[in-house]
Design a protein around this ligand. Structure first.
Ligand code: R5P
Length: 295
């Protein structure tokens, strides 16, 4: 078994390596003057089971291309099995056509990774679980929720209500609520007018006097979760927590999250969190053990 890291989240790869009691394999990564990328694996991997850790987070296209080049290099070096470990799968939200003449980019990405030579995928909290079906190779889909739930359970918060920030996230929030002593569920009916612009309309459920925990797969610009939190406060929630596996945190996420509406925002380290020190109520939990155990 050999483990290599792309450049997208080296600290997470190092933690996974530590968990497995091994070192990351040597790899040269260079950029040419024109921006093209060069990668060379610096030890023999002939006949080996190779794991390549690379979340396809921002800059998404660069990190995706880097992953493809790593997979191709391993295939051409006669690795026996190549597992692409993708803690965050970029383009996952482009998982279907919602209008004519659009791409299903999540499927295109699956084709590219398979075509490059991956023989197995390990991904965490896909935006939609159906993306597994875009691959015809073995796929392990793992979750950050045990780590988030353990952390919340240890806080022993009383009068909890778990809230889905949109209708699409109800199954995720329901599973979360079940693990938190069958806490009640509330749902925000969100209407989106444009990409990355969230508009909150209605709350289904009761949050009055309760500690509300918003659960989402990712926080990108922070619009969904902070609009949701404001609505929950208006509806009488005593405290609002937010939990998400992927801290995409595109600007102005940190500004939105630090507006004072959240007691705490809890995310994981599938993506390196930029400007982490600017937001004191942020907790970043590690999923290295979940990935290490699955490997
Ligand atoms: C949407 O369906 C996702 O689950 C997230 O709610 C969304 O992508 C978060 O984006 P933002 O933080 O930009 O509102």
């Amino acid at each position: 078994l050999r483990l290599f890291s792309g450049s997208a989240n080296v600290p997470l790869s190092q933690e996974v390596a530590r968990y497995l009691g091994m070192d990351l394999g040597p790899m040269v990564r260079k950029r040419f003057a024109d921006g093209e990328l060069y990668i060379q694996i610096q030890e023999s991997i002939r006949g080996c089971d190779v794991y390549l850790i690379q979340p396809t987070c921002q800059p998404v296209n660069d990190h995706l291309m880097e992953l493809l080049i790593m997979v191709d290099a391993c295939r051409r070096a006669s690795a026996r099995q190549i597992t692409a470990v993708i803690p965050y799968y970029g383009y996952a939200r482009a998982d279907r056509k919602t209008a004519g003449r659009e791409s299903i980019t999540a499927k295109l990405v699956a084709n590219l990774i398979t075509e490059a030579g991956a023989s197995r995928i390990l991904a965490m909290d896909l935006h939609s679980a159906q993306i597994q079906g875009y691959f015809d190779i073995p796929f392990d889909h793992v979750y950050g929720s045990p780590v988030l739930i353990d952390y919340l359970a240890n806080k022993q918060l009383s009068d909890l209500v778990v809230v889905s920030p949109d209708v699409g996230g109800v199954a995720r929030a329901r599973a979360f609520a079940k693990k938190l002593n069958d806490a009640p569920l509330a749902i925000i009916d969100k209407r989106r007018q444009a990409h990355n612009v969230a508009e909150v309309m209605n709350l289904i459920g009761d949050v009055e006097g309760k500690t509300a925990v918003l659960v989402d797969d990712m926080i990108d610009t922070g619009g969904t979760i902070s609009e949701g939190a404001r609505l929950l406060r208006q509806e009488g929630a005593r405290q609002v927590y937010a939990c998400a596996t992927h801290a995409v945190f595109s600007p102005p996420a940190i500004d939105r999250l630090s507006s004072g509406v959240f007691e705490e925002v809890i995310v994981t380290n599938t993506i390196p969190v930029p400007e982490r020190d600017r937001f004191q109520q942020l907790t970043v939990l590690s999923v290295a053990n979940v990935i290490g155990e699955t490997i």
